[in-house]
Design a protein around this ligand. Sequence first.
Ligand code: ZN
Length: 444
Amino acid sequence: MPLSMPSPSLAPTPVLAPPPSLSPTHRAVDSDRRRTSASAILRSVLAHGPVARSTIARLTGLSPASVTDHCNRLTALGLIQEAATLRRSNGVGRPHVPVDLDDSRFVVGGVHVAVPYTTVALLDLRGRVVGERRLNHGEEGPGGSGHQAPPPGPSQVLADAAAGLNALLADAPDRVPLGVGVATGGWVDRDSGTIVEHPLLGWRDVRAREVIHSLTGLPVHVDGHARALVNGERLFGRSAGAGRSVLHLFVGNVVDAAFATHDEVHHGPRSQAGSIAHLPLAGGTERCDCGRTGCLQAELSERTLCRRAREAGVIRTSDPMHILAAAADGDPVAVRLLLHRARMVGRAAGLLLDVLNPDTVVVTEMGAVHREDCLAALREEVGPDRAAAVVPTSFPDSVLAVAGGSVALDVLYRDPLSAPSSAPSGTSSSTPSSRSSGSSPGPI
Ligand SMILES: [Zn+2]
């Protein structure tokens, strides 16, 4: 699966007959057009399947002959199949055999590296999690002080992630992996497959694509988790197929954002777009490592929330889910801390709405995802005119797994015809190659 692809569209111009003699330029254009058409058709089947080919033609603007041709290719690749039931249009005429995704065979691996743990998962072609494991980076220190032991370095974390993926694949011998997506926060350069800088983990220039590939033998794609989740929402979320502008605001330990218009996520040079960690947030009181006060990430980070909750005696750990649990048990201080954070997240969303004016803001933030009062507080801070534009993530129970997997699924849906060449031919998923590289993934 190639790394960078031209913009696909759900409604490409109809495919024209190829000219009689093809120059290299013509061939390139033809190849782009085929890829774009195949992408539009597979997206259409994902969104509407089971769906008749005639409906796909209408939805995509492609000719019926072109749709039939592409459906045959996608069927041969094992990505789609004819649906089991026959449908007749109006009960008369030729039966329309609908096609649907074949979600029984292929999976992608997903890796999400958070500060305290890594999530590894397998996702099917519908973006559904079919297997998941959480790999902790270290035990919490003694006495419940909330301080954690120094986290393992990137070599260890990525080796553990690859081993976790291989174990999940071994548990699913009937599944064929197409590739692996790796997502994390901070500055991630998709083109080079590098985690350029993740200050909270202390990682710099970590060649994640190379390392995970060497340990799994699979094609690997790497991206920032906010961008990955924009793609996850586009493909599998509530706003799927909306084709308009979407901003994703990810608020965990790391805080970052991603922006997409018409199916294209903005990366910018070296994928640096979306670093909002040090945007000043009005009313912020938290000292930031950069020396200023009230930077967005310092203010909104789960670390800050947990520290405040410990100081207030709400929790004794560094697990933000314990604050949610305390709030659910009726602890008024826990509720107040969560509401305050939700309001500050709303302030950040309002700031980004002012700058980018997206149709939708998707927020991944613990409180807003799990508590109605937090979502309401967040929306109130955004303001009545724009509150309806703010929605929580479509993946409340699997957001990290979906982030990782979406990196690979996005590549597949943009260029489905290249899927088989990247699938290990005739392999069992339980035989990862390149194990010979040993326990050390090498310099990263
Ligand atoms: Zn700062």
